[in-house]
Design a binder for this molecule. Structure first.
Ligand SMILES: O=C(O)CCC(=O)C(=O)O
Ligand SMILES: [Fe+2]
Length: 363
């Protein structure tokens, strides 16, 4: 037996032992004091020395949307969106019009799902397949090191049909349906602002399908007994067009800027917005899709719900590339055209991988 085969076999054994379908939360409930080896990240993944060092006076921008549509104030919001999207790839929005109760109930629904009776939770557990709803300890079987979290995925985009509401876990069904409705509406507003920030007609991004389809990925990051050894979610960029993210009061989300990690401090009632790789491509690098991660934490649970916009089934055979109106003699296209179907297949086959699918299309 080669040593590589042995490592693979050992790993399979470790996975089987761990994978009781009780998730990372199951480990915490069992009272472990040392995290299993599969969660221990290589030292270079964990480096935090750069965290906000020397740059404490700058923060991920917070944009107040209350004055949208109001002349000069509107123009100043568009300008803030342009700067945040170009420099950070991340911003938070406040006064977006979504009732606090909708956000609180979404968080509470995720908590209830994860903290419900294990037997009920197990019914949702699965690693593969085209099911709309999946509950996993993320990427446990494909990647070298596992992340310290449990994830409930609602695949709502790119499928022939929407899931029947009865497929959603009953404890979070109503809150999730309500949340999705509001996220779609907010996305329409944001895509208008982002279009204007690119100097395009407000409906431009909407007209090419950016608001269509979204998948909801809910994360539950249990408290970790050795947070300095693990990550809640490894460093990655989001492959889609735009991500809207709701987070509870436990921090941990960090974004990379100039090789330093910056905390995205939770803001009560705020929502995090981040540019995905596809929007970086569409904007021909005017907007940046930025690497981010979530640290593990002694306290918890951290709960978040990410809403990924990446087009829907009707767009799978469409080509995407840098928007023609942005291309000029002095601004050449930096990406080849891509077929959405092929691009997404690359993203799905290597989620959170080191080589994002956009790299295949760089000119
Ligand atoms: O939980 C978070 O704050 C971030 C989640 C995230 O980055 C993702 O799902 O892509
Ligand atoms: Fe992400």
């Amino acid at each position: 037996m080669t040593s590589q085969t042995k490592i693979d076999l050992d790993r399979t054994k470790v996975m089987k032992e761990f994978d009781t379908k009780a998730g990372v939360k199951g480990l915490v409930d069992a009272g472990i004091l040392n995290i299993p080896e599969i969660f221990v990240r290589p030292a270079e993944d964990l480096a935090t020395e750069g965290l906000n060092s020397g740059r404490r006076n700058i923060d991920v921008p917070i944009i107040d949307l209350s004055n949208i549509g109001d002349g000069n104030l509107h123009r100043s919001i568009v300008n803030e969106v342009r700067i945040a999207s170009g420099e950070w790839g991340f911003f938070q929005v406040i006064n977006h019009g979504i009732p606090l109760s909708v956000l609180d109930e979404m968080i509470e629904g995720i908590r209830l799902f994860n903290e419900q009776d294990l037997e009920l939770k197990k019914e949702m557990h699965g690693h593969e397949g085209a099911k709309h709803v999946q509950f996993t300890s993320f990427d446990l079987h494909n990647s070298q090191t596992a992340d310290w979290r449990d994830t409930l995925t609602l695949r709502l985009a790119h499928l022939e049909s929407d899931p029947d509401p009865s497929e959603l876990p009953s404890v979070c069904r109503r809150s999730t349906i309500e949340f999705i409705k509001h996220m779609k509406r907010l996305a329409e507003t944001l895509f208008k602002l982002l279009s204007e920030a690119l100097g395009l007609r407000p409906d431009h991004l909407g007209s090419i399908g950016c608001c269509k389809g979204c998948s909801i990925v809910s994360h539950y990051y249990p408290p970790c007994p050795q947070p300095e050894l693990a990550l809640g979610i490894r460093k990655h960029s989001d492959a889609g067009i735009l991500t809207l993210l709701l987070q509870n009061h436990i921090g941990g989300l960090q974004v990379l800027r100039d090789d330093q990690w910056f905390d995205v401090h939770p803001v009560r009632g705020g929502l995090v917005v981040n540019i995905g790789d596809l929007l970086q491509i569409l904007s021909n690098d005017e907007f940046r899709s930025v690497k981010h991660r979530v640290t593990a934490n002694h306290v918890g649970p951290r709960i978040s719900a990410a809403c990924f916009f990446s087009g829907d089934a009707s767009l799978l055979d469409e080509t995407f590339g840098p928007i023609k109106e942005l291309i000029s003699e002095t601004n050449h296209p930096r990406y080849k055209e891509l077929l959405l179907k092929e691009y997404l297949a690359k993203a799905v086959s290597n989620p959170l991988g080191d080589k994002p699918p956009m790299d295949y299309y760089k000119l």
